[in-house]
Every structure is written in structure tokens, then in C-alpha cells.
Design a protein around this ligand. Structure first.
Ligand SMILES: NC(=O)c1ccc[n+]([C@@H]2O[C@H](COP(=O)([O-])OP(=O)(O)OC[C@H]3O[C@@H](n4cnc5c(N)ncnc54)[C@H](OP(=O)(O)O)[C@@H]3O)[C@@H](O)[C@H]2O)c1
Length: 384
């Protein structure tokens, strides 16, 4: 029985993880739930799963959760809050496995603490690998802790890498759906609305990652994530646009063989893989191969999606540039969703922030977070 600490349990990945726990009660149980601000969902989950610890983003929300649980007659759950609360969840002695699915760097300290506490991590939170991948992978190496990717592309790569050695890797091919604007004329990009950008053609996800998919910055973050998770150079990672989202990624080996992973477009499968690794439990997440008609692969359009170029440049520089790429994007996406900047303002903001970012390599999580704050401030200054 694996007891899980789920960071970001109220989000899209968190809820899919709980549906896996529901489906495999003989394999998984819930030890801790770290939530943000969604009090209603946090209450429903805490009452259903009875974790040892539940966390909310703020003290006020934690107090309200305590009151609701008390009124409902639910006892025995310790309710904590803030960063210390998420760290308490991720390091809980009763938890055997941590699912890191908080959006943005808010999940960084808890993910780092989980690794230091020797807990295997299922990683959905790519922003944390982008901002502090060098520190996290080093800590994982030192503490002999596996980081199992939940991001579907990296999960696919992880599966394809099981048959070859590191020295045999030629190229990691990350597939991208191309988002909703793959064929939109470039001159219409400035007038794209948040409603249009929030309609992803193949996946249902949180708001930030959906906008990041529309700008393809999400794929940019994944390039950096792949470099860190699989210890490869940016020049060994390529992006291919694959609108069907059927092949989740590929690994090309030096002998010319290319291995691909194909499955349903459902995040429960990579989550199950990460939870069960190295086993493969039988599931009902089947893929109808007979219904498959064709698979398209295209070169990405770097003019249409400048975020891809910016991400490759940041991946080459590493350190503060990767942190600033993520931080500036988060601020810009928020501004776009609040209609303060146009869609095209997202890459423009990131590019300007990166231009003023020094080439330094923060060595601690505190330094990473300070660099993140500086980049956010410079993005906000640009936007006012
Ligand atoms: N969704 C996908 O299909 C997918 C695929 C690959 C990778 N990912 C990655 O997985 C992560 C989560 O994505 P998502 O789509 O699940 O996002 P989401 O639906 O927006 O959920 C985000 C989660 O983070 C929590 N959260 C936000 N700020 C917090 C804070 N300060 N303290 C504690 N918790 C906080 C939210 O809590 P509240 O809702 O309670 O505020 C929620 O549980 C992201 O890094 C994303 O890039 C997602």
C-alpha cells in the first residue's frame, strides 16, 4: 500500500490522482492533501479521504476548513497552512510518495523538502523543475530519490528510455499539439481573447498551462524540464508539432531507431505509471488502435510562437534565465487573462525581462525564489 501526499489536490492533476486512488484502493491511500484557495473542494476531499494532514494556502482558509470539518463531524485531520503547511504535507512521515502538482513555484519548497526527506516524487509541476532543476536533480541524486515525470511528454520519454542507455540517446522529441492557434494567421494573434486561448484542442487543464499551451511556452518549459530530468543538452531536445496528441513523445537513438509512446489523451495514465513504477498495473485506459487513421508531424513555427525560441535560449543559459522565463510568463499570463495585455504581449514581456536578467546560477532554493521575485517585479514594472 502506497500512502500519498498530494500537493495541489484540488487542481486538475490532483483530482485525476484522487480518481486513480479511488480506482486502486488496494494499492493507494491518501496521507496528506495540500490545497490552495478552493475551500469547497478541499472540504469535500478532506471529508472523503480523511488525510492525516490537510493544508490551505492561508491561515484564514485553514481556519474556515477546520470549522467546516468540525460542523460536519469530521475529526482527526490536522489542518495547516502556507508554505510550511505544504512542506508538512510533503515530508509527513506517514507518506511514502509525493505527487507534486501545485502550479508555479509555490510548490517548489515542498517538492525540495520531499526529496530531502527521501520521498519518491511524481512530478507534474514543471515550473519547479524549470526554476530549480539543477538543485532538485542534484538533491535527488544525493538522496537516491526517484523523480518520476507525470507531464505526459516526459512520462512518454521515461517509458521510451527504459530500453536504451543514456549514451545511446541521440534526440528527445517532444510532441506538441500546436495549441488552438496552430493555423491562425499571424496578423490575428494580437486580437486573440482569453476565451479563445483557454480552449485547448485536446487536453482539459488548469488555466495557466492552457494559456502556456496556446503560446507554446508550455513546450518551452518542457524543453528545459527534459534537459534536467534526463540530463541531456538543449541541442538534444527537439519539438515536433503533432496535432492528434496520440504520440506523447519519442526518443531517437544513435543507431537510427525511434521509439514512441502511444496512449489515450488522459492524464490518469502517466499518473498511474508514476505511482506504480516500475510496475504496470492493468487499467481500463485503453487506446483504440483501429480508430487511428493517420499521424501528422510538422516543424514548429518559431515566428508564430516566439516563446519556443526564448525557451531554447534560456535552456542554453540555464540558471536565472530559466527562472525568469517562468516567472515573467506567469505574470504576463495573469495580465493577459485580466485583459491588461494582448496575447502577443506575453512573449514580448518575457523577452524584455530576459534581456535584463543577469547570467547567474542560484545555488539554493532561497536564491532561486529571490531571483524569481526579481523577475516578477521587473515583469510587473514593464506591464504598468
Ligand atoms: N493539467 C494537466 O493536464 C497537466 C499536464 C502536465 C503538467 N501539468 C502541470 O501540473 C501542475 C498543476 O497543473 P493543473 O493543470 O493541475 O493546475 P490547476 O488545475 O490550476 O491546479 C493547481 C493546483 O495548485 C494549487 N495551488 C495554487 N497555488 C497554491 C499555493 N500557493 N499553495 C498551495 N496550493 C496552491 C491549487 O489549489 P486551489 O485550486 O485550491 O487554489 C490547485 O490545487 C502545473 O505545474 C502544470 O504545468 C498539468
Amino acid at each position: 500500500m502506497k500512502r500519498l501526499a498530494i500537493l495541489g489536490s484540488t487542481g486538475s492533476i490532483g483530482q485525476s490522482t484522487l480518481s486513480i486512488v479511488e480506482q486502486f484502493p488496494e494499492r493507494y491511500a491518501v496521507a496528506a492533501l495540500a490545497c490552495g484557495r478552493n475551500l469547497n473542494e478541499a472540504f469535500v476531499q478532506a471529508a472523503r479521504w480523511r488525510p492525516k494532514v490537510a493544508s490551505m494556502a492561508t491561515e484564514e482558509l485553514a481556519d474556515r476548513l477546520v470549522a467546516r470539518l468540525r460542523d460536519a463531524g469530521v475529526t482527526g485531520i490536522e489542518v495547516v497552512h502556507g508554505t510550511q503547511g505544504t512542506v508538512a504535507c510533503s515530508t509527513l512521515p506517514e507518506a511514502d510518495f509525493v505527487v507534486s502538482a501545485i502550479v508555479g513555484v509555490a510548490g517548489l519548497e515542498a517538492t525540495h523538502a520531499a526529496i530531502l526527506a527521501g520521498k519518491p516524487v511524481g512530478l507534474a509541476n514543471k515550473e519547479c523543475m524549470v526554476a530549480a532543476g539543477e538543485i532538485l536533480t542534484q538533491a535527488a541524486h544525493e538522496h537516491k530519490v526517484p523523480i518520476l515525470p507525470i507531464d505526459s511528454e516526459h512520462n512518454a520519454v521515461h517509458q521510451c528510455l527504459r530500453v536504451g542507455t543514456h549514451a545511446e540517446i541521440k534526440t528527445i522529441w517532444l510532441t506538441a499539439s500546436g495549441g488552438p492557434f496552430r493555423q491562425t494567421p499571424l496578423e490575428q494573434f494580437a486580437s486573440i481573447t482569453p476565451e479563445q486561448a483557454l480552449k485547448h484542442p485536446t487536453w482539459v487543464m488548469g488555466r495557466r498551462i492552457t494559456i502556456d499551451s496556446a503560446t507554446m511556452l508550455n513546450k518551452g518549459l518542457e524543453i528545459i524540464e527534459a534537459c534536467r530530468l534526463f540530463d541531456v543538452r538543449p541541442s538534444q531536445v527537439r519539438v515536433t508539432v503533432h496535432p492528434q496528441s496520440t504520440v506523447h513523445s519519442l526518443v531517437e537513438y544513435v543507431d537510427g531507431s525511434i521509439l514512441a509512446q502511444i496512449s489515450v489523451t488522459d492524464m490518469r495514465l502517466p499518473i498511474l505509471y508514476a505511482l506504480a513504477y516500475p510496475e504496470r498495473p492493468a487499467s481500463n485506459l485503453t487506446f483504440d488502435l483501429a480508430a487511428l487513421r493517420h499521424l501528422d508531424f510538422e516543424e514548429p513555427d518559431f515566428e508564430r510562437f516566439p516563446c519556443l525560441r526564448l525557451a531554447f535560449e534560456a535552456a542554453e543559459k540555464g540558471g536565472a534565465h530559466c527562472i525568469a522565463l517562468n516567472a515573467a510568463d506567469e505574470v504576463a499570463v495573469e495580465a493577459f487573462l485580466e485583459r491588461r495585455i494582448p496575447f502577443t504581449g506575453i512573449p514580448r514581456t518575457i523577452e524584455e525581462v530576459l534581456a535584463s536578467t543577469p547570467e547567474v546560477h542560484p545555488a539554493t532554493i532561497a536564491e532561486v525564489l529571490a531571483t524569481d521575485q526579481e523577475a516578477r517585479q521587473s515583469a510587473r514594472a514593464l506591464l504598468t
